[in-house]
Write a protein that binds this ligand. Structure first.
Ligand code: 4AD
Ligand code: MG
Length: 445
């Protein structure tokens, strides 16, 4: 058996030879003299032609989209003036049906080229069939390659990959979105971020990264919130805040280059988002305080969640963030958020203790795709931060110890893979970028 991808015309040994191909019927065009089948096997598409008696058997008459079969025949170049994937077609002389199919799959899979349909309950219940469609398949292949591109980029930068636990006893991004699970005689949580664990291995491994699942019990249904998502996190030792921003911009751009360097993946991306362009460098860097002014100065002004003008200390909510990225229309590093609206571990700006050395990377169409910061270095300062946020210091002894056993200026970030993909592939929601999305109210299939 050869995969359709490997069926190649040329001077080589396969030209004019009899081949065997297995796959499923993707499209079916019965005509008077011949039946045309587009076979799909995950590697690609192959046009196959059945002629004469072969088209009149019971099996051939009941072929439907989804039917799995093995075809035997001669591989030929398509005649001048006709079209087929890769300009080749299989002239079938024998076939075996492996599994019939009811043939109603098309009604489901073809609808999803409109990303909006992902909100549809039927679409989500039938995700296992939706994934057979071209659109979903292209996205999953883009996803696989993008994840590889991150791995390659970190490897090239000499970062060490680690695999922190998913079952934990500490929160990182606030207690409100923790999932708890029974754990023998105690209660554990599903991790919100591997950051704290990454910090613990800086002394022995140097710069580190991980690609793990993070879990958030998000109680709102938005286009960009999932309960389970793939979190790409990195942590860097002995750096400044500017080093962190430079590294983040470089990483994002190298990943995009690695994605586009692969011709197949670049083609998938072009199909999904014909307007995709490499981001303009350097990314725009804007302080939170300036963003607040910017929002208020728009005509009409972009209000906060209560409908009032933004004031220093307000969260920049999803809607305002989205408006901002749509208007500015290029990547933005939003920096120096107020201490009150950020996590306990963030380092304060030495020149303005009201704000933190923090960054969110915002992308057009999605908003925040990365959250990062420099980390508090001082032992006493960290204890005070626990106290302020009502965090039980004793559960964090292993994290606090990093400040006791030779502290260092360090920082890192987390990037949501689904949001990164939603930006690249211009998806309406992050849900289309997951194999089986999980969000409030959905935990199947
Ligand atoms: O901004 P967040 O909460 O930051 C952290 O978790 C840090 N501890 C990361 C670090 O410094 N190592 O999350 C980081 C990113 C967000 O920018 C977003 O892309 C993604 O994770 N994210 C989500 N993606 C999908 N669904 C959700 N519910 C998400 N919550 C965060
Ligand atoms: Mg964030």
């Amino acid at each position: 058996t050869i995969a359709t991808k490997d069926v190649e015309l040329g001077e080589g040994d396969k030209r004019g030879t009899r081949v065997k191909v297995s796959g499923r019927i993707h499209r079916l065009r019965p005509q008077k003299q011949a039946t045309f089948i587009t076979l799909v096997d995950g590697y690609g598409h192959l046009q196959c032609i059945l002629q004469g008696d072969l088209t009149r058997t019971y099996d051939a008459l009941t072929f439907a989209q989804g039917t799995s079969l093995t075809l035997y025949g001669e591989l030929k170049k398509v005649p001048e003036g006709q079209q087929a994937p890769d300009n080749r077609e299989l002239h079938v002389d024998y076939y075996e049906v492996i599994g019939a199919s009811p043939g109603d799959e098309d009604a489901i899979t073809n609808k999803v080229s409109h990303a909006q349909n992902q909100w549809d309950t039927a679409m989500l219940d039938n995700r296992h069939l939706v994934l057979r469609g071209d659109h979903a398949a292209a996205l999953m292949k883009l996803r696989a390659h993008t994840e590889w591109a991150f791995t390659k980029t970190y490897h090239d930068m000499r970062f060490v990959k680690v695999s922190p636990p998913a079952l934990v006893q500490t929160q990182v991004e606030g207690g409100a979105t923790l999932f708890s699970v029974p754990y023998y005689d105690e209660t554990a949580f599903l991790t919100q971020s591997s950051q704290l664990y990454l910090e613990t291995v800086l002394p022995s491994l140097g710069n580190v990264y991980c690609i793990e699942k993070s879990f958030r019990a998000e109680k709102s249904l938005t286009r960009r919130h999932l309960s389970e998502y793939t979190h790409i996190e990195a942590e860097l030792d002995f750096i400044t805040f500017d080093d962190l921003l430079d590294h983040l911009e470089e990483t994002i751009c190298r990943v995009i280059d690695a994605v586009l360097d692969d011709p197949d993946t670049a083609a998938f991306l072009r199909e999904l988002n014909p307007d995709f362009q490499r981001p303009q460098r350097p990314f725009l860097r804007m302080k939170y305080a300036d963003a607040i002014d910017w929002l208020n100065k728009q005509d009409p002004p972009i209000p906060n969640e209560e409908g009032n003008p933004h004031v220093f200390g307000d969260d920049i909510a999803e809607a305002a963030e989205r408006r901002m990225t749509d208007i500015i229309n290029r990547p933005i590093f939003l920096t120096h958020f107020p201490v009150e609206i950020k996590a306990f571990y963030m380092k304060k700006d030495p020149s303005d203790p009201r704000v933190t050395e923090s960054v969110d990377c915002l992308m057009p169409g999605v908003g925040e795709i990365v959250g990062g910061s420099m980390r508090m270095e001082g032992y006493e300062e960290l204890l005070a931060a626990y106290e302020r946020q009502g965090i039980p210091a004793k559960d964090y002894y292993w994290y606090t110890d990093q400040r006791k056993y030779g502290t260092s200026p360090h920082g890192g970030y987390g990037l949501g893979l689904e949001r990164f993909l939603a930006w690249m592939a211009n998806q309406h929601t992050v849900r289309t970028t997951c194999l089986y999305p999980r969000f409030m109210g959905r935990c199947k299939p």
